[in-house]
Design a protein around this ligand. Sequence first.
Ligand SMILES: [Zn+2]
Length: 374
Amino acid sequence: MSSRKGSATSQGNGPSNNGRGREDVELAELGPLLKEKGDQLATNSSSAQDQPCPATQEEEEEVRVLTLPLQAHHAMEKMEEFVYKIWEGCWRVIPYDVLPDWLKDNDYLLHGHRPPMPSFRACFKSIFRIHTETGNIWTHLLGFVLFLCLGILTMLRPNMYFMAPLQEKVVFGMFFLGAVLCLSFSWLFHTVYCHSEKVSRTFSKLDYSGIALLIMGSFVPWLYYSFYCSPQPRLIYLSIVCVLGISAIIVAQWDRFATPKHRQTRAGVFLGLGLSGVVPTMHFTIAEGFVKATTMGQMGWFFLMAMMYITGAGLYAARIPERFFPGKFDIWFQSHQIFHVLVVAAAFVHFYGVSNLQEFRYGLEGGCTDDSLL
Ligand SMILES: [Zn+2]
């Protein structure tokens, strides 16, 4: 970091060396990133408030008279300066068209994108700026804090509220581990994916693996309590969801899985993993009857949870609402944010459902009858 600073200051020997103003001019001139879309940027309210590095006209004209080799040299210097500026957190949002290919994901979001920022510090500082990822970061950052607190509270609950405290805490622990890992991988991915192509690829794989972990973790307490009195099907279903979840994680390691072309594939893989819950649901409903499934089995809550996930995945895959109003949901209410909110809400509804199952089990004092799954 200090070497960057050194090289940036050393180039202040130009025709008009007036410190900060000079640095700002050079950043403002950084080729197609800002210049071509300069007018649009000025009219865009979100970018207008994000312009900490204004340029002066006089200095811009000065640069135009330079000869070609000098301009090339100058361009290199400007690039270096640009990296330094990013490092310092001095950047402005840019339109979709000028993003490098590896940052192009959703062409219905026209403005307000972060430029590539090859510094983790700048990426993390961008959490507090307004751009296309602000909503995505905060929805899962707050969700992460919520589930971390809920998880700690559940783990600290006195053992007297459980029939088999150790086993039940492990079972709930799996759910919270899945939720906390999913949400933290997600907000981290959305924070740092503009760092570089390599970082983006690595964190997107973590992000997708996190979704599979959340789904697998959600199955554990649900199957544990729903099939409390029939350990054999419980073990079979748990094994199947583990195999399917690990398969989804393996598929997510495929480099092309994260590309815009495979948006539907991604939605399909995770939808399929979640919908594998239909088989144990049918089993439970047929064996116990519809009334018992909806009352003691908490199926209403699990159905609501499933609907939230399916709606989220559908909006995500179809990119609704921005598809119908390109450029209108660049900052808030884009499909990805709605999907994030629905994931947190669905995980919370699931937690409520399994908590009810746990209470029911505690109320029965652990007894099983011959013909009961629950
Ligand atoms: Zn996301």
